[in-house]
Design a protein around this ligand. Structure first.
Ligand code: GRF
Length: 197
């Protein structure tokens, strides 16, 4: 590592609760993961992930998506790339980030952007993967950490954890159990990737 502290420097992008960001932070604090979160960015000014970051003393900012509800405009991606670079970020972690990352940002962090998805990819890409699994009558689902490419939930897989689907599971109960697994899987995957850079 080129940084003085030797720690992996993480930038986290999220749109919601930020429980995965919290799990990464907890893994850092308990010594499981030798890293530091140096910047948190959200496209949603009301996202709890921003509050969690502030509470932890981590710089946190809102991404200006120019009024677009779902698009991640090129200009915004370039601005995000600049902010992440300026913060000295090594690895970018998407954690419940609801916009598709494309070339302007991918080009700046080749094979350095990770995402966590609540299914065993390639099964159930896209939105509400836990509900897709329940609706489909799946007997097993889980979560995946993968590298981000220009597709939706298509990049090379780093780690997966399986979660059984119980007969009485609702979308919500399955999602809650998948999230428990996410919270150990994401720090493990970051450690694996960090050991390679
Ligand atoms: C997680 O279920 C993750 O797999 C999906 O979005 C959710 C984010 O949750 N991509 P949180 O904001 O980390 O609590």
């Amino acid at each position: 590592m080129s940084h003085g502290s030797g720690k992996i420097r993480l930038g986290v992008l999220g749109s919601g609760s930020g429980s995965n960001m919290q799990a990464i932070l907890d893994a850092i604090r308990n010594g499981t993961l030798d890293a530091e979160i140096v910047l948190v960015l959200s496209d949603n000014p009301d996202a709890f992930i921003l509050q969690r970051a502030k509470d932890a003393g981590i710089p946190a900012e809102v991404i200006d998506c120019q009024g677009y509800k779902t698009r991640f405009p090129d200009e915004a991606q370039k601005a995000v790339a600049n902010q992440l670079k300026a913060a000295g970020v090594d690895i970018v972690c998407l954690a419940g980030f609801m916009r598709l990352v494309k070339q302007p940002l991918l080009d700046v962090f080749p094979e350095k952007i990770l995402n966590i998805h609540p299914s065993l990819l390639p099964a159930y890409p896209g939105l509400m993967a836990w509900k897709q699994a329940v609706d489909d009558g799946a007997r097993e689902s889980g979560c995946t950490v993968h590298y981000v490419d220009a597709g939706m939930d298509t990049g090379p897989i780093i780690l997966q954890a399986k979660v059984p689907v119980m007969p009485d599971d609702t979308a919500d109960t399955l999602h809650a159990r998948i999230q428990e697994q996410e919270h150990t899987l994401y720090p493990e995957a970051i450690k694996l990737v960090g050991n390679q850079i």
